[in-house]
Design a protein around this ligand. Structure first.
Ligand code: FAD
Length: 451
């Protein structure tokens, strides 16, 4: 058995940032990672020779913890291509090319969308991301689904569908009937405002040259040899007030503290001895992963640009509800990325491979025409079948869960701390939140144990 000051479960951006912070303060750490790679939900893959970011990739201007880390690591970023017109597909399938931020819908619907965006901005500013469960109306907002809350505010169905899309399919990747209005407000507040979420120029601003996983790879390299054990899924944590004994396949580590830096849906894959307290045992069952397929299709050239299109397209209620130009830095070939969420994703996985590919490409061709039907490389991200994630992008509470249990989610149990972007406040569900909570959890341990 080896020993160290802090043992970290999971070498995603959260765990690696915690390790970096602890090491900088002179503490010894070990990081135990289940997969054969670091980076977790950030992952650069090469499919038929084409580089794809299979997991998290975009950085927005409010994500200052991540931007500071990128600067510290000397990593360069580049803007997403977005010159030209966007495409909107209405629920009836009508395609409209438009310019500017507002969807080309009737004036009344536009006004209604602006009113709803204003309401959500006001709520996000008032309630905030730090402790949404403390808001005066937290219980009320957590007892109604976002879908029904929108329809309480407006009788304009199209406005409700368009606004719902930005959080439901776009972020939490669950149907808007499956999470509360309070959870939607947290999502908006964690990104600075609801307006930020509807502004693709803001929220999908830049990418990292070499891919987002390279951030984790560099953090891992900086830790040096012998700190991270790959292929070491943690199976059990025995704990007392004095410390932990963490057992992974092939390794046992004794430490003063543990940081469980895995998404909440995976907490219960670890056996705790003694068991976690009742509150944790209950609420850990109420945080579940969404489901989204990230579709990549690469073409000899970014042909849409020749037609004056940016590659950006939106279609609430369509199979592919968002599509963007995702051409890699410095490449001649053009890549589109699209997203298929929740029930639509389930329907796609139920098809055989050939029919799935054809159906998805036809949906992308609705935005960018028949040339989209013939990519040279095509790939679907499938985090739902990854044992050490089990969904995408992240976890959220079921109806009513956030106001009941959110206040406990960051509490340590004895020497065991929990951390992941899923329980971050600012940067919730994003790499920025992982960087923040990894650093903050390490700081908490340093504070407890005296610097
Ligand atoms: P993870 O990245 O999930 O890392 C957890 C690690 O723990 C993993 O390496 C896992 O293998 C390991 N692990 C789990 N269980 C065990 C165990 N028992 N023992 C040992 N190890 C274990 N964010 C953005 O900012 N921008 C985006 O554009 C964006 N797009 C995304 C697209 C997709 C398809 C997905 C899936 C995510 C996206 N995200 C995006 C979210 C972002 O990737 C996550 O917020 C971030 O990776 C979370 O980091 P983490 O370290 O908290 O968790």
């Amino acid at each position: 058995m080896s020993s160290c000051d802090v043992v970290i479960v999971g070498a995603g951006p959260t765990g690696l940032m915690a390790a970096r912070t602890l090491r900088a303060a002179g503490r010894s750490v070990r990081v135990l990672e289940a997969r054969d790679r670091v980076g977790g939900r950030t992952w650069t893959g090469h499919i038929d020779g084409q580089m794809y970011e299979i997991g998290g990739q975009w950085v927005s201007p409010d994500q200052t913890a991540l931007l500071d880390l990128l600067a510290e690591l000397g990593k360069e970023t580049y803007p997403r291509y977005r010159d030209g017109d966007s495409v909107y597909i209405a629920p009836d399938g009508t395609r409209t090319v438009y310019r500017g931020e507002m969807f080309p819908v009737g004036e009344d619907t536009q006004a209604e969308m602006e009113r709803l965006i204003g309401m959500l901005d006001e709520m996000a500013a008032r309630i905030g991301a730090e402790a949404p469960w403390d808001a005066e109306d937290a219980a009320e907002l957590d007892s109604i689904s976002f879908h029904h809350w929108l329809r309480q505010q407006s009788s304009d169905e199209l406005a409700c569908a368009n606004i719902g899309m930005f959080i439901a399919g776009g972020m939490l990747t669950k149907p808007a009937t499956a999470f509360s209005a309070l959870q939607a407000v947290l999502m908006a507040a964690s990104a600075g405002s609801f307006s930020h979420l509807v502004d693709d120029h803001f929220i999908l601003d830049r990418r990292v040259v070499g891919g987002m996983q390279s951030v984790s790879e560099q953090l891992a390299a900086d830790l040096g040899d012998g700190v991270i054990e790959l292929n070491s899924p943690v199976r059990s944590i025995s704990w007392t007030d004095e410390g932990v004994v963490v057992t992974a396949d092939g390794t046992t580590v004794e430490a003063g503290h543990a940081i469980v830096a895995v998404p909440p849906n995976l907490y219960s894959r670890i056996t705790y001895d003694p068991p976690l307290p009742r509150t944790q045992q209950i609420f850990h069952q109420h945080q579940s992963m969404g489901l989204v397929i990230k579709v990549h299709a690469t073409y000899p050239t970014p042909f849409w640009r020749e037609e004056g299109l940016s590659g950006t397209g939106f279609g609430a209620g369509r199979l592919v509800q968002e599509v963007y130009d995702n051409t890699n830095h410095g490449e001649e070939q053009g890549t589109l990325v699209g997203f298929i969420s929740d029930v639509n994703a389930e329907a796609m996985w139920a098809l055989d491979e050939e029919e799935r590919k054809r159906t998805i490409l036809e949906a992308i061709a609705e935005f960018h025409g028949p040339r989209a039907l013939d990519p040279i490389v095509f790939y679907l991200s499938d985090f739902g079948s990854e044992e050490w994630t089990r969904g995408a992008y992240a976890t959220s509470y079921d109806l009513g869960g956030l106001h009941r249990w959110g206040r406990f989610q960051n509490d340590p149990v004895g020497p065991i701390h929990f951390a992941s972007s899923d329980i971050a406040s600012l940067g919730y569900q994003h790499v920025d939140g992982a960087v923040r909570i990894g650093r903050d959890t390490a700081e908490k341990i340093l504070g407890e144990s005296g610097r």
